[in-house]
Design a protein around this ligand. Structure first.
Ligand SMILES: Cc1ncc(COP(=O)(O)O)c(C=O)c1O
Length: 382
């Protein structure tokens, strides 16, 4: 099997597993308990928080552990919107191609009449520009949310500059950095709110983090005990937190060399895909994360292509994993102005440093065969 769906989830790094194991097998104390076992767990969580804060260029007090990137995104935008509303700044700006974990809670708040939401359309290459954001910011804008890297087409956004722009204009800035670990120097991005998810950078599933800077306090989504300084109730996922800290450490060590290698695979795969009749590479002219190749095939059906690829032993995706079951039209591609007919034949391949040049070639060959087979009208289930 060739795994080319790393934007959906990644293999657990052996060091992350190693960091997790003792907290699953030997030390099961609750970090909130006042005994030695509890204290051991609490100290481990504190160490992991220090490590993560160091890598993100913030104070440990600004790191809040969550159950996922989705939870961190929800908490970030609810916190930003509440901050704005309390100051008469009810306008929120978000990129139109944000992850649903950002868009859905914002739409919910807009429905309740608590915010006024403006969605910024990216250009045809999947980029949001500073000038565009500056023009759309209003006196009453309280929050701007633009993801650091788009999860479908892989484009990187100018988040360092957006954070500065928002600060100068008195608005909070949130960035969903779930796909950007190891791709951007996140310690330089001084966003007020930043979300992460461990399983996107070779950490475990079911754990994420919200960074909340500049004296902001996250609005709790889960109320109960006093964990995470009262901002996120629930016993800490100790092994997951340990795995996330170790995975982040690995992702930040040697990131430049890893990016160079993975982008060479990406370019090799893109060149192979470009040779397939009817292929249109998406956002090929934009700065992108090292691992994502997005392509649309004319007159093709992505579900058929994915099933054929899977039969040939290639795991890919049509876009975001969370919407893959439904295979609804991609809001990301629509926001970029990609015609619906072309978006119907969209595939995303996402590579990591575990992939090889031979695999990149084999994926392109499999895609060519799938496109030919699908075009020839062969039934997928035959
Ligand atoms: C950009 C982005 N944000 C948020 C998420 C949600 O993360 P999680 O799977 O941890 O809920 C994802 C996952 O697909 C993502 O790609």
């Amino acid at each position: 099997m060739i795994y080319a769906d790393n934007a959906a989830s990644t293999a657990l790094h052996p060091r992350a597993l190693e960091a997790m194991l003792p907290w699953l097998t030997q030390h099961w104390g609750n970090p909130g308990s006042i005994h030695t076992a509890g204290d051991t767990a609490a100290r481990a969580v504190a160490r992991a928080r220090d490590q993560i804060a160091f890598r993100l260029g913030c104070s440990p007090r600004e790191v809040y552990f969550t159950s996922s990137g989705s939870e961190a995104d929800n908490q970030a935008v609810l916190t930003g919107a509440a901050w704005g509303a309390a100051r008469g700044r009810r306008h929120v700006l978000a990129a139109a191609f944000e992850h649903p974990a950002v868009l859905r809670p914002l739409e919910h708040l807009a429905c309740l009449g608590e915010i006024e939401l403006t969605l910024l359309p990216p250009d045809g290459q999947g980029r949001i520009s500073i000038d565009q954001a500056a023009a759309a910011l209003r006196e009453d804008t309280g929050l701007v949310s633009v993801m650091a890297a788009n999860n479908e087409v892989g484009t990187l956004q100018p988040v360092e500059e957006l954070a500065e722009l928002c600060r100068a204009r008195g608005a909070l800035f949130h960035t969903d950095a779930v796909q950007a670990v190891g791709e951007l120097p996140l310690e330089r991005v001084k966003a007020d709110l930043l979300s992460l998810s461990a399983h996107k950078f070779h950490g475990p599933k079911g754990v994420g983090a919200l960074v909340c800077r500049n004296g902001l306090t996250p609005v709790p989504l889960i109320r109960g005990g006093g964990q995470e300084r009262g901002c996120r109730a629930g016993t800490e996922h100790v092994s997951g937190i340990m795995g996330m800290a170790a995975a982040l450490e690995e992702a930040c060590t040697g990131a430049e060399a890893r990016r160079a290698y993975v982008s060479s695979l990406r370019d090799r795969l893109a060149a192979g895909l470009a040779r397939i009749p009817g292929a249109h590479l998406t956002a090929a002219g934009a700065a992108r994360v090292s691992g994502i190749v997005h392509v649309c095939f004319e007159a093709a059906d992505r579900e058929t292509l994915l099933l054929l690829l899977d039969r040939m032993g290639v795991c890919a995706s049509a876009g975001a994993a969370c919407s893959a079951g439904a295979l609804e039209p991609s809001h990301v591609l629509r926001s970029m102005g990609i015609p619906e007919a072309l978006a119907r034949g969209a595939l995303r391949f996402s590579l990591c440093a575990d992939n090889t040049p031979e695999e990149a070639d084999a994926i392109a060959d499999a895609a060519a065969a799938a496109v030919a087979q699908a075009g020839a009208g062969e039934g997928v289930l035959s």
